[in-house]
Design a protein around this ligand. Sequence first.
Ligand code: PLP
Length: 393
Amino acid sequence: MPGRNFLFIPGPTTVPRRIQNAMNHEQEDMRAMDLPGFTKPLYEDMKKVFKTENGRVFIFPASGTGGWESAVSNTLNAGDKVLMSSFGHFSHLWVDLCQRWGLEVQCFEEEWGDGVPVEKYAQVLAADKNHEIKAVFATQNETATGVASDIAGVRKALDACDHPAMLFVDGVSSVGSIDFRMDEWGVDICVSGSQKGFMLPTGLGIVCASEKALACREGSTLPKTFFDWNDQIKTNDLGYFPYTPPMNLLRGLRESLNMIFEEGLDNVFARHNRMANAVRAAVSAWGMRPIANDENWYSDTVTAVKVPEGFDGNEVVRHAYNYYNLALSISLTKIAGKAFRIGHLGDMNELMVLTPINGAEMTMKDLGYPIELGSGVAAAQEYLRSTAKPRIQ
Ligand SMILES: Cc1ncc(COP(=O)(O)O)c(C=O)c1O
């Protein structure tokens, strides 16, 4: 089949040529004497992405789920009370993981389309006078619904009542694309993965831990081997790993960081916001809206487009793939069929982001949606033109 597949799911995302080239590296000795010259700066630079001075980054040959598991198993114990909220497929899965680890989970079940219920968290924390809650969990970007939550707000809720609970953040689909501030927001653990904002293939489970979270290792009794932070720390400090590292992915990660720093983190966030605004302009021109219930919750990395009654959003995804070689993303579980998702994160620019809008529009027209052909593309074009800046000064 001529031409290429266009991948616009919210991860894995398109891997830019520079990163592909960097990963196309000879297999190498992971115990070579000069390897620390590569690994030590890599770990230091990862801290800049999380915006932390004293935090520590762990990189596992895993995915985001492995990052969750490592976070929980190194810091908490069975029976520990934790405060969580579920408002989408991924926040739900994190709750499920914590329950399977035997934590005592207090979970707010929120409407899908809403985000972390900061006010409710504040009330529960204020009422927890004996400080029984050990950790508060927040999914910064719920990829299933395209909802971004207020992590600084959760920190404020903790501080307002001087609550010592740790703050755990899922940043799998936000870190490196949406602003995240480990130190400023007093986050104790942030989990991410390679296949979204880092523009790499899947295969790295990334965790950033604060000094407070690191200190919890002492009393930690949950079983772990592969994800044991102690083994990582012992070897990482020397520039090595406790087991065979995925060197090609790490070479790719080096290039990913080079690209992010060349552009500047804040510019990366601003670009994601612009791409997201273009998609939202298209959605509104179609007479539709995102699943996110409030614009404060709009995600800059993924938009779940709510389809009109009587239509099946997942049919849009199948049709776009089949007829136009375009990969959009299905809607999952509770909202299955009620939306389709457009991923607009990672290696993305103006003309790229017009592609899923264009393809979704053609698809919806084919499927009898009451939309005008070209309307979404035109709205996005207008927005992008009106906010365009020269690339070369
Ligand atoms: C917000 C969020 N958390 C966690 C995960 C799980 O990560 P993984 O599929 O890499 O294990 C995902 C995956 O898409 C996600 O979007």
